[in-house]
Ligand binder design. Structure first.
Ligand SMILES: *[C@@H]1O[C@H](CO)[C@@H](O)[C@H](O)[C@H]1NC(C)=O
Ligand SMILES: *[C@@H]1O[C@H](CO)[C@@H](O)[C@H](O)[C@H]1NC(C)=O
Ligand SMILES: *[C@@H]1O[C@H](CO)[C@@H](O)[C@H](O)[C@H]1NC(C)=O
Ligand SMILES: *[C@@H]1O[C@H](CO)[C@@H](O)[C@H](O)[C@H]1NC(C)=O
Ligand SMILES: *[C@@H]1O[C@H](CO)[C@@H](O)[C@H](O)[C@H]1NC(C)=O
Ligand SMILES: *[C@@H]1O[C@H](CO)[C@@H](O)[C@H](O)[C@H]1NC(C)=O
Ligand SMILES: *[C@@H]1O[C@H](CO)[C@@H](O)[C@H](O)[C@H]1NC(C)=O
Ligand SMILES: *[C@@H]1O[C@H](CO)[C@@H](O)[C@H](O)[C@H]1NC(C)=O
Ligand SMILES: *[C@@H]1O[C@H](CO)[C@@H](O)[C@H](O)[C@H]1NC(C)=O
Length: 646
């Protein structure tokens, strides 16, 4: 192969190189592949480099999900077994199936994701009506733990899906719920649940002398039963006479309801929480009236809250979990509403799964901005609890930080301010409280939050769709994704984001599996860069954060050094405007250059500042100015390493 000189719009001076290598290390595997020129718009999906079959085999054989990139699928909304019916959203069944997912695995593999995460598959709640408790189309409201929902398919369909996922070189993460079952408002509702159909199977906090029907009855105009209080600051939601919910809760701005309106004048004085919080959630001890017992033993909305201290419930849940992973060879479990269950039970679940022939990590949904509390679900009093968690302390800083989204718990402090994300990231990476930050799963949108293309900055009333933010500025999406795909942990992207979907829990089929969508192409590129630079478990360090800029680095154990420059300047892609970051990577070692692997964007380094040509993020990697023959040694990685330890 002929050596070629890499073209770069701006040459950098090679003075004071990062460091001199004193050892030369032969490289193996992917590190030896020379970087490819990736041009976003000409990039073809079919040439997206993916794991070789040997690597795939390794990936699926390994029990770890550390740093794996994940694509989240809600079965009802992803694909039908055949045909492309009309678009479908809202609180009804849209009839996507497990077979449908199987039929589109190539589409997901083409984006380069390591794993898929599939929402719960057990038989769910079918009614009564969309305006009350809706339907369990999403899978989180179990009615029968021992059946696959017939709308989704059969046990055989699930087995086939997992087998085919593995054949495509990807891992499979199954979502499960152990905290609660379907909505319960009477004893007859409860009788329909298999196997937890007795009142004493549920938490009956403060039941006093009420009958079960009284206890579970709907309160006034809100479908929660009277005991269904949030994590400490009890309040009920007020409805307007026309039946629409009042996001201000009759002017009390009750902290248990994340209404869309936030202004310090109206919200703060009357809410039970501090100014830094939009609403009180699990772990928000700082809110007046916070009570952890209520957090664990109160109901989550009107969903029958299982009492895991009842021996039958505990043992049955544990044996069900074991049955599921034995019957279906999943690679990981995502555990819904983990923050509402006791640590000792969660530990028992993870310990059971860790002791299986193929250990299964659990990724818990711990919805809190309190990092100490969050970390305690991974490690508490010297004891290991869950292997992994969704990374809400950073998610609550990132989604508002890049997209301005006002709905997250920490949006009062993190809204359009990236300082908070920088500070919290540093705290997380330096904290000894976490057992494993590579098993923290990051998102900028999810099945519960809006899609990233719908995240707005401003809203004039609680239920308006809002304006600004990632909804109106693609540049913000690029930056939010650069954070998501290159920060430490497991990035997860929600179905539909790759097609620019902006509607909550929308179906995907109407987009026609179009692999030419720029979002699809960009995510594919990001996954490729992650893989080529061995970023799965690379170390991370914060270099700079202010209101509008956040700069961090990753360093792989092989020596791949990556600097990520991101911003939240609300410019359209047409409004090319230089962005100055008051920090820059050190000059490259002799014979090397820094290159923006993401957009090939020109940039300039001067007096310790980096000037990018536009508001697009930069993902800088080090390369030799003259490329080497494929498969030749890459001794430069030793030297490159020194550019990341500054
Ligand atoms: C889903 O299937 C049910 C029948 O099982 C049907 O009543 C409903 O209309 C379907 N929904 C859509 C969106 O096609
Ligand atoms: C949960 O079950 C335990 C064991 O039966 C019982 O002592 C406790 O009171 C129950 N908790 C609630 C809130 O119902
Ligand atoms: C439970 O009952 C006690 C005493 O009646 C009351 O003080 C407390 O607020 C109740 N807790 C909840 C969560 O309703
Ligand atoms: C339930 O107990 C309360 C006092 O805690 C009492 O006022 C009420 O009359 C009792 N209700 C019934 C139906 O026994
Ligand atoms: C709403 O608040 C007003 C006073 O601001 C009060 O008069 C009214 O009773 C409240 N309505 C409800 C349903 O709590
Ligand atoms: C917390 O709630 C439980 C259950 O309602 C109650 O028994 C306990 O007294 C409460 N703790 C505090 C400090 O209020
Ligand atoms: C965070 O959680 C810890 C318990 O893990 C608690 O001690 C602390 O008070 C909480 N901090 C806030 C600000 O609520
Ligand atoms: C941004 O966040 C940082 C850290 O939380 C804070 O110190 C700063 O005041 C915030 N800036 C603005 C403009 O709110
Ligand atoms: C797929 O997306 C590309 C890029 O947005 C567009 O040009 C093309 O028309 C789409 N193809 C179909 C079949 O919708």
């Amino acid at each position: 192969m002929i050596a070629q000189v890499r073209g770069l719009a701006l040459a950098l001076f090679c003075v004071g190189a990062c460091g001199q290598a004193d050892t030369v290390e032969a490289c193996t595997g992917e590190a030896c592949t020379s970087g490819q020129d990736l041009h976003l718009l000409q990039h073809k999906a079919h040439v997206v480099p993916h794991a070789t079959s040997a690597e795939s085999a390794k990936a699926t054989a390994s029990s770890s999900l550390e740093g794996k990139s994940v694509y989240l699928i809600m079965t009802d909304r992803f694909a039908h077994a055949e045909g492309h019916p009309e678009a479908c959203s809202g609180t009804k069944w849209c009839n996507g199936t497990l077979k449908g997912i199987t039929s589109q695995l190539g589409y997901i593999e083409g984006m380069g994701f390591d794993c898929i995460w599939v929402t719960p598959v057990v038989k769910n709640f079918y009614g009564p009506a969309s305006e009350q408790s809706g339907y369990g189309y999403h899978g989180y409201w179990a009615e029968d733990l021992y059946q696959i929902d017939p709308n989704f398919g059969s046990k055989e369909d699930l087995k086939e899906l997992i087998q085919e996922t593995h054949r495509h070189g990807m891992c499979f993460i199954l979502d499960i719920v152990l905290n609660h079952v379907r909505p319960i408002h009477s004893l007859s509702d409860l009788r329909r649940v298999n196997p937890f159909n007795e009142p004493h199977h549920l938490h009956l906090l403060n039941m006093s002398n009420m009958t079960f029907d009284e206890y579970a009855a709907k309160a006034d105009t809100w479908p929660y039963p009277t005991q269904a209080v949030g994590p400490g600051a009890a309040c009920y939601l007020h409805f307007f006479p026309d039946g629409t919910p009042d996001g201000t809760n009759n002017g009390t701005f009750c902290n248990n309801y994340p209404s869309n309106v936030y202004t310090p004048d109206t919200y703060l004085p009357r809410a039970p929480g501090p100014p830094s919080l939009k609403y009180c959630g699990p772990g928000d001890y700082i809110c007046s009236g916070y009570n952890e017992t209520v957090n664990e033993e109160g109901w989550f909305y009107d969903l029958g809250d299982l009492n895991q201290s009842v021996p039958f419930v505990r043992q049955t849940l544990l044996s069900w979990v074991k049955f599921m992973v034995t019957e279906f060879p999943v690679d990981g479990l995502r555990l819904d509403t983990a923050s509402f269950m006791a640590h000792d039970f969660l530990k028992e679940v993870q310990d059971l799964l860790s002791s299986q022939e193929k250990p299964i990590p659990v990724i818990g949904e711990v919805t809190t901005g309190n990092m100490t509390y969050h970390a305690s679900f991974q490690h508490k009093n010297g004891q290991a609890i869950l292997k992994g968690m969704q990374n809400f302390p950073l998610v609550y800083a990132a989604a508002p930080g890049y997209c301005g989204w006002p709905n997250h718990a920490l949006s009062p402090v993190s809204g359009f301010n990236l300082s908070y994300l920088a500070v919290e990231s540093e705290r997380q990476w330096k904290s000894r409280a976490y057992a494993n930050t590579d098993l923290l799963l990051n998102t900028v949108s999810s099945q519960d939050d809006g899609p990233i293309f719908g995240l707005y900055r401003y809203s004039t009333d609680p239920f308006s769709p809002g304006t600004g933010g990632c909804k109106d500025y693609p540049s913000l999406v690029l930056n939010a994704w650069a954070w998501l795909m290159f920060t430490k942990g497991m990035p997860a992207v929600t179905w539909g984001d790759e097609q620019g979907n902006a509607e909550y829990r929308n179906s995907l089929w109407q987009f026609g599996w179009n692999r030419s969508a720029w979002q699809y192409q960009l995510l594919a590129r990001m996954n490729t860069i992650r893989r080529q630079n061995h970023l799965e478990t690379a170390s991370a360090k914060v270099h700079y954060g202010d209101e509008h800029h956040y700069v961090f680095q990753r360093l792989s154990s092989e020596g791949h050094c990556v600097w990520a420059f991101t911003n939240n300047l609300p410019l359209t892609l047409e409004q090319e405007q230089a962005v100055v970051y008051p920090v820059a990577p050190p000059p490259p070692p002799k014979g090397m250059i820094w290159r923006d692997a993401l957009f090939q964007q020109p940039f300039k380094v001067e007096a310790g500042q980096l000037t990018a040509q536009s508001s697009r993020p930069l993902i800088l990697i080090l390369e030799q100015e003259v490329s080497v023959v494929d498969g030749e040694d890459k001794p430069y990685l030793q030297e490159a390493k020194t550019c990341c330890t500054a």
